[in-house]
Design a protein around this ligand. Structure first.
Ligand code: NAD
Ligand code: GLY
Length: 359
């Protein structure tokens, strides 16, 4: 088992990563909680598979638990679901000493984390991520929130969990497509912050996508270390943290242009990273061979590298909507080289269109 720390002074916390550690959750959180009252937020299919292990672990430590099931899917990541969670917490008379466990993928983590951040102005939250994407990205760093009809993740709060507990054994039941979506975020960390890790991924991508336990554990740990380091330096994204959005400007546009139904978030990010790498080379910011290495690794991992059937105009249009939401500026994270990126705005529209069309 590995334990890392997100260094945020009084808001600092541990990330525990290991195979089979779900059965130890009760023991990990026992010393941190303020009372035995715990509500678990999850979705029915995750609970079907893992209720036994988690419940046993919590009951063995004397926890008084309540289960709050939320429906799966991005269209339920909204204020209605959060309000349903508040109802349950209030009916149970959960006070400020109570805790909420968000047990699932990024959707459960974002919704549960936001409910914990806002219920009684904040109760203890524990993140127990069960998708690869959530283990390497969404459970760490304290971004919580929900969608609004006018945009994705528009309502939210920075709210750090008290601990993250990532059991890599839970990934064995994850559908392959969901697993690969998490691989996209792992590749992202190599590109933005660690050329050595990127080279490791180039060498070990077969093992990673086939779930080799040593390669997977190392990749999750290194990703969390890199994210924790960025978050510790810039918790609220006043600058540096934005590098975590490499591939996301194009990625969001691809997701939005397809109504959030065609591509998983990680797949959108994969396509977005290909376009961002291409744009970086086109702008003369990075060498073409380095951009091509990024594209080749994404392709080798079996992730999509282009948005099949989506018209360039649709992607450009979605980016304009994003631009409005971001006070008139579309910001891109572009590569200087593998392991180093910078934030850029005011990229000529023609260059963006060329990158999208693959010219
Ligand atoms: P998800 O939460 O929808 O989970 C994917 C699917 O896998 C779901 O159907 C779920 O029921 C199922 N599942 C989860 N764990 C399983 C397991 N162990 N075995 C079998 N099935 C399992 O998707 P996701 O990719 O984890 O998260 C995507 C969300 O995360 C998006 O809403 C995105 O905006 C958000 N996100 C947030 C952050 C952040 O920093 N807060 C970062 C990245 C993404
Ligand atoms: N996923 C981007 C961030 O946590 O800032």
């Amino acid at each position: 088992m590995d334990t890392l720390r997100v260094e945020l002074a009084e808001r600092g916390y541990n990330i525990h990563i290991g195979q089979g550690i779900l059965k130890d959750v009760g023991a990990y959180i026992k010393p941190i909680v303020l009372s035995e009252k715990v509500s678990i937020v999850t979705n029915p299919s995750i609970w079907d598979i893992y209720s036994n292990i988690l419940e046993t672990s919590l009951l063995a430590e004397g926890f008084d638990i309540d289960l709050i099931l939320i429906p799966p899917g991005e269209n339920h990541k909204n204020l209605k679901t959060v309000s349903d969670i508040y109802d349950r917490l209030l009916k149970r008379r959960m006070d400020r000493t109570a805790s909420l466990i968000a047990f699932g993928g990024g959707i459960v983590g974002d919704v549960g984390g936001f409910a914990a951040a806002t219920y009684l102005r904040g109760i203890n939250c524990f993140q127990i991520p069960t998708t690869l994407l959530a283990q390497v990205d969404s459970s760490v760093g304290g971004k919580t929130g929900v969608n609004h009809p006018m945009g994705k993740n528009m309502i939210g709060a920075f709210y750090q969990p008290r601990a993250v507990i990532a059991d890599t054994a839970t990934l064995k039941t994850l559908p392959r497509r969901e697993f690969l979506a998490g691989v996209a975020e792992i590749i992202k960390y190599g590109v933005i912050a660690d050329s050595g890790f990127f080279a490791y991924l180039e060498k070990n991508i077969e093992g990673l996508i086939n779930g080799d336990s040593n390669i997977l554990s190392y990749s999750i740990r290194r990703s969390c270390e890199l994210k924790a380091d960025v978050v510790a330096k810039d918790e609220r994204e006043s600058g540096l943290r934005a590098i975590l959005n490499f591939g996301h400007t194009f990625g969001h546009a691809v997701e939005a242009a397809t109504g959030y139904e065609e591509y998983l978030h990680g797949e959108g990010v994969a396509i977005g990273m290909v376009l961002a790498a291409r744009l970086s080379a086109k702008m003369g910011l990075c060498r073409e061979d380095e951009a091509n290495r990024v594209i080749a690794l994404i392709e080798k991992s079996g992730l999509p590298v282009s948005a099949e059937g989506v018209k360039i105009e649709e992607i450009m249009e979605a980016m304009k909507v994003d631009k409005k939401a971001a006070a008139g500026k579309v910001r891109f994270v572009l590569m200087n080289s593998i392991g180093s990126v910078s934030l850029k705005s005011d990229i000529p529209e023609g260059k963006i269109a060329e990158a999208v069309s693959g010219k």
